[in-house]
Design a binder for this molecule. Structure first.
Ligand code: BTN
Length: 242
């Protein structure tokens, strides 16, 4: 069931509270809010809302035999990419940046926040359909930059179907197939990346794909490879491709 509410603090927070309160929240259910007053982003950042944007959460309940739960980050990124890609006019292209941001021409169109509570993983998704929030030091974009903003409720249906399909494939086909699909939807191999928070001395390298667990592989300036398990990855500005 997809529930639409006019306002909440955070759809992730509301689902977590329901689970903590013993309320059943089955897979396939979504909570979608018109506005969030305390939206949460990755790395402890806030997620700014915007009227007409998609802000919603769903849940995955771990089952015996599931692939490792952190790989749900790639599942979510693929689902968001699948829902957004047809809405981006060529020659532009929606591309995933590790683990699950969706970018257009380097600007952030959507993000995903996974939060674990017991055996449940809450998957929260924000997509800029109508409005690109101004975030200092980060480039953002909304689909409205390319034409009329898509209908939020129609987008919700497309995203819920894509997520259900990706989740089923993750369970049936496993990590190797997931990594292969993710790589096709990502920015090209050789894309210059920086790993580390803005303000920190970043690790610079180029995108060399994912390993079999879904970790990011960087080629460093000296040609050696480095595997990144966690952290903030940014596209390097032009001229920073060490
Ligand atoms: O930082 C990111 O890229 C992740 C952003 C995730 C935002 C969404 S909006 C719906 C859900 N509820 C939240 O509080 N956050 C996620």
């Amino acid at each position: 069931m997809i529930a639409f509410v006019p306002e909440t603090g955070s759809t992730n927070g509301e689902i977590a509270a329901r689970i903590a309160g013993g309320e059943p929240v089955p897979e396939g259910d979504w909570l979608v809010a018109d506005r969030q007053t305390a939206g949460r982003g990755r790395q402890g950042r806030a997620w700014l809302d915007g009227a007409g944007n998609f802000m919603g959460s769903t849940v995955v309940h771990a089952r015996a035999g599931d692939p490792p739960l952190p790989s749900l980050a790639l599942v979510a990124g693929l689902a968001v990419h699948a829902a957004l890609a047809p809405l981006v006019p060529p020659p532009l292209r929606a591309e995933i940046k590790w683990p699950n941001d969706v970018l257009v021409a380097g600007a952030k169109l959507a993000g995903v926040l996974l939060e674990r509570t017991g055996d449940a993983v809450i998957v929260g998704i924000g997509a800029n359909l109508a409005l690109a929030p101004q975030v200092p030091g980060r480039e953002t974009v909304a689909l409205s930059a390319f034409g009329p903003a898509p209908d939020r409720d129609g987008f919700t249906q497309a995203l819920a179907s894509a997520f259900a399909a990706e989740l089923a494939l993750w369970r049936a086909a496993g990590l190797e197939a997931l990594v292969a699909r993710w790589t096709i939807a990502a920015h090209p191999a050789g894309t210059a990346l920086l790993v580390g928070e803005p303000g920190e001395a970043p690790l610079a390298g180029t995108f060399a794909g994912l390993d079999s667990t879904g970790a990011l592989i960087l080629t460093l300036g000296d040609g050696t490879k480095r595997t990144i398990q966690a952290g903030e990855v940014r596209l390097a500005p032009p001229g920073r491709a060490e």
